[in-house]
Ligand binder design. Structure first.
Ligand SMILES: [Zn+2]
Length: 331
């Protein structure tokens, strides 16, 4: 079935981005336009309370949009953590304090609308495929680099999940064994090298080694308060340690992109997440390394083009649009 078939002129779905601190919901039309967008704080005092906050946010978004409940075809929810879209159960979410929460059943009963749930990063990838850079393409990879690293492979409007549902957990692939320990326990995972916290840790290490840098004021020996934002700010001002850190991280990210490009040969790799939002300061060094690799290696040269790797253009509402795309796909 072609899910873009224009059966209804006004096919509206509701997207809900469920975060550990806030929930954002909005009605979304077929073109990705938002109406009735609302954001409220997440009550994480209990799973029941969180579900109640989600219900409230959805009801307020419908009311704000001026639509009636019967105009909404389905509700999509992007939720952090391990999610089972089939059963509609939130299996585990550290941010929400969830264990085996029957999200879909609970919400459908109270909202009277079909609900579809998915992991938030995977939902965001659907958003890119439907409303963003991947629109109209048959296959793409969404690579998120923020507090974690994950790749989502989309082929023919479907997510490739693998046999254990772990396909795309590339953040825990090891590339430098003599590198810092990752939160998974291993040494040298991409996540230990290129996430926001990893960028801060790499810069902190250089400062602790005695390198002169304006970042020294942030990194006390006992409680380093340096963040990736500080590193990008300092790099923009020409700080050597900050620039060196970003170039090292950019090289590791370029290798990660090269692995993905050669493993899947996608039409596009869309970059999302907090680290890539640093913009040209981060992306230009990544592109320079990729171009160098494409010049030096003929196999990579065959898959690499100047448009293969692109930053997400969906902005701050990528979570809502992703959840909406999930619902639209299910309709
Ligand atoms: Zn790891």
């Amino acid at each position: 079935m072609d899910d873009r078939e224009p059966k209804h002129l006004a096919r509206v779905v509701l997207g809900v981005d469920v975060g550990g601190t806030k929930i954002t919901a909005s009605a979304v039309d077929t073109h990705g336009n938002l109406t009735g967008r609302i954001q409220i704080s997440t009550d994480i005092s209990s799973p029941q309370a969180t579900l109640k906050s989600i219900q409230n946010t959805v009801e307020q978004a419908i009311s704000r949009s001026g639509l009636s409940r019967s105009d909404i075809q389905a509700v999509g929810l992007g939720i952090p953590g391990l999610i089972d879209p089939g059963s509609g159960i939130g299996i585990a979410s550290v941010n929400l304090g969830w264990r085996d929460v029957p999200v879909k059943a609970w919400l459908e009963e109270r909202l009277g609308l079909p609900c579809h749930i998915e992991n938030d990063v995977r939902a965001a990838a659907f958003g890119e495929a439907r409303y963003g850079t991947g629109r109209g393409l048959d296959n793409m990879i969404f690579l998120i680099i923020g507090t974690g690293i994950m790749a989502v492979v989309i082929q023919g409007s479907r997510i490739y999940r693998g046999s254990n549902g772990l396909a795309g957990e590339i953040g825990h692939a090891i590339i430098k064994r003599d590198s810092p320990q990752c939160k998974c326990g291993a040494h040298g995972c991409f996540e230990a090298l290129a996430t926001g916290p990893a960028i801060a840790a790499r810069a902190t290490q250089k400062v602790l080694e005695g390198r002169a840098s304006q970042l020294a004021s942030y990194s006390g020996k006992d409680v380093p308060s340096l963040t990736a934002e500080h590193v990008f700010e300092a790099a923009a001002q020409g700080d050597d340690v900050a620039l060196e850190t970003i170039h090292e991280v950019a090289e590791d990210v370029a290798y990660l992109i090269q692995f993905l490009a050669l493993a899947y040969d996608p039409q596009v790799i869309v970059l999302g997440g907090g680290v890539t939002q640093a913009g040209v300061l981060f992306l230009h060094p990544v592109f320079r390394v990729l171009e160098r690799m494409a010049e030096e290696r003929w196999v990579f040269h065959r898959v690499y083009t100047s448009t293969l790797v692109q930053a997400s253009r969906l902005g701050a509402d990528i979570g809502v649009l992703g959840a909406a795309a999930l619902a639209a796909q299910a309709v």
